[in-house]
Design a protein around this ligand. Structure first.
Ligand code: ATP
Ligand code: MG
Length: 585
């Protein structure tokens, strides 16, 4: 296990969660500590009101809310007041189109300002927002819109022509398409959004939604199977705000960059809602990942808090420290990661490269917000996801001989990571899959489907997805442990590990490795990797087979798809690959 990192103070900033133990043990949902909601003036809760309208009579109103940077480096700024007006216009457009509260608005667009306005404007109108990732092909778009019974689609002209035009009239619920960049070729049902926005009401008030009204429908990443439609309600905003404050340490003085696309839950909970509720300035980059661009933006925009993902971090590591040294990143004070296990090597690399470590945190589309985190004020144990947030009761559970769930209380026992239901951003259903939803709850716990361990200090350690656990000669092996050890080898850029069925030992450990630039596959390198893994993990856990790949199959949100590595290895059907980023094998 890598050594713990006791950090320098947070660049002189006192952490929002200064005394973790005190806050955690004293936390009570009936009088929660931390920032509270404003609530709608006439009663009820609305996410858009918390993010925008509630700031109107405060000094935040004219502050920079969003700085948008286009692919060509054009910069467009929006104050909180601007966004408030724009979202009112969008809500009024929906009303004029005849949409009732609860109607479903889908978006299919890159990271453009209109997408952010539409997300919040939809919520302002009391409708339900579903973002789709713009790189999806027609089939994943159509199936998600069918499941979600989309009433409106917001998209661009280009995406419309390429992916939507030929079939959208077949969807029974879909009333209209709104084109962000105008011009409709006079097609029925297809509207020029800028024109409608111009004629719309800039003062349209927030609809009085109730706390349990549906607000967001998010599709999961599809890492383990067919993506599920996850239902969230307006009350979730209480937790978005609280967790942004405690886990991401956000303050009004921050310039914040969440690199996740709003097509995924991170890009909505922490790329739109939480930062705006907390009055920060956030930057949005329209362009895709590129090492130099990212460093340049961090420097140029003086980003203070940065929330990103392991895949991006591994790509920065692959590019080497010399590039990073060309930039002044001294404004950065807090950096965090989510979405996949963050290898200890990446945490330590962050510490040596940025002077501050990456703070890993864990959550899911279903939890709606961060459940377990490494906090600004707390010691980091590289490789651990951290500790539960105030208000969150986590446990490791397993089944006893009678098949009942028990809390596993001894440190470092492997079991399923479970959370006590009742936090505000907990999902309220899988759309049209009640039974699947009910199946997630047992013995008074929400069961996450992930395996983990808890140490004697209350830190949680990720083992793997339940489906990915490897059983070899009576040992239980988590792929993350093996992957993390291999990541420490100088030649390894990325690695995915699976269990391959074996008649003698049950399963053998097999690793798929993508190499860093300047390393070529060879027998010598293979032997070096095998020796390296055996030394670190022991012969029972080290991979028996290692193969090289140019790339590993990943979801579009950047997660390694181990189920696909396994299906391909065994010649089995690939299953749902709608979220697969095209991969070169
Ligand atoms: P699907 O449910 O469709 O298979 P998915 O689970 O990947 O897709 P998400 O809800 O986007 O969809 O991802 C949540 C999952 O991502 C978690 O259950 C966990 O397995 C993984 N994850 C997220 N953050 C971390 C982390 N910090 N460490 C380890 N795993 C993480
Ligand atoms: Mg999942």
């Amino acid at each position: 296990m890598a050594e713990s990192i006791i950090k320098k103070p947070n660049n002189g900033m006192p952490a929002n969660l200064a005394d973790y133990q005190k806050c955690y043990t004293g936390f009570d949902w009936s009088h929660p500590s931390g920032p509270s909601l404003s609530g709608l003036p006439g009663g009820g809760v609305n996410i858009c009101f918390e993010a925008l309208d509630s700031h109107l009579d405060t000094p935040i109103a004219d502050k920079l809310a969003i700085r948008w940077i286009s692919k060509q480096d054009q910069v467009v700024d929006y104050s909180y007041r601007d966004l408030c007006e724009q979202t009112s216009r969008f809500a009024s457009v929906l009303k004029d189109l005849g949409l009732e509260a609860g109607a479903r608005v889908f978006s299919l667009a890159g990271r453009r300002p209109e997408l952010y306005v539409a997300a919040l404007g939809t919520l302002k109108a009391g409708c339900v927002f579903t973002p789709l990732f713009s790189a999806f092909g027609p089939e994943p778009i159509r199936s998600r819109m069918e499941i979600g019974e989309a009433n409106i689609l917001l998209t661009t002209r280009n995406l419309y022509r390429k992916k939507i035009k030929s079939w959208w009239h077949e969807l029974p619920h879909l009333q209209a398409v709104l084109l962000i960049d105008g011009s409709t070729d006079d097609e029925p049902g297809c509207h020029d959004l800028p024109q409608l926005m111009q004629a719309a009401d800039p003062q349209y008030p927030c609809v009085a939604t109730r706390p349990e009204d549906m607000a967001l429908l998010h599709f999961t990443s599809g890492t383990t199977g067919k993506p599920k439609g996850v239902v969230h309600v307006h009350q979730a905003v209480q937790y978005h705000k609280l967790s942004g404050y405690y886990a991401l340490d956000l303050n009004e003085s921050d310039i914040y960059w969440c690199t996740a696309d709003p097509g995924w839950v991170t890009g909505t909970s922490y790329g739109i809602i939480a930062p705006l509720c907390l009055g920060v300035t956030m930057i949005i980059d329209e362009a895709e990942f590129e090492v130099e661009r990212w460093y340049r933006l961090l420097q140029q925009q003086q980003v203070t808090v940065w929330y990103t993902a392991p895949t991006a971090i591994r790509m920065l590591m692959k590019a080497g420290a010399a590039i990073r040294e060309q930039y002044d990143l001294s404004a950065l004070r807090f950096i965090a990661s989510v979405g996949e296990p963050l290898n200890p090597e990446a945490v330590s690399w962050g510490y040596s490269t940025f002077g501050i470590p990456f703070h890993d945190n864990w959550w899911q589309t279903e939890t709606g917000g961060i459940m377990i985190a490494n906090f600004a004020s707390q010691t980091i144990k590289p490789g651990s996801m951290g500790q539960p947030l105030p208000g969150i009761q986590a446990a490791i559970v397993g089944r006893n001989e009678c098949g009942q769930l028990d809390k596993l209380t001894s440190p470092m026992q492997i079991g399923e990571l479970a959370i006590k239901p009742g936090w505000p951003s907990m999902f309220r259903n899988y759309l049209h899959q009640d039974e699947k939803y009910q199946h997630c709850f047992d013995g008074g716990w929400y069961l996450s489907g992930d395996l983990a361990m808890c140490d004697e200090d209350g830190y949680y350690w990720f083992i793997g997805r339940k489906d990915d656990l490897i059983k070899s000669s009576g040992h239980l092996i988590g792929p993350f442990e093996v992957e993390s050890a291999l990541m420490e080898h100088e030649a390894v850029a990325e690695v995915g590990v699976i269990g391959k069925p074996d008649p003698v030992v049950g399963e053998i450990v097999k690793a798929f490795i993508a190499l860093k630039p300047n390393f070529e596959p060879s027998d010598e390198l293979l032997r070096s990797l095998q020796g390296f893994a055996r030394k670190r993990l022991g012969a029972a856990v080290a991979p028996k087979e290692i193969v090289f790949r140019n790339n590993l199959p990943k979801t579009r949100s950047g997660k390694i798809m181990r189920r696909l590595l396994k299906a391909r290895e065994l010649g089995l059907p690939e299953g749902d690959i709608s979220t697969l980023e095209s991969d070169e094998q």
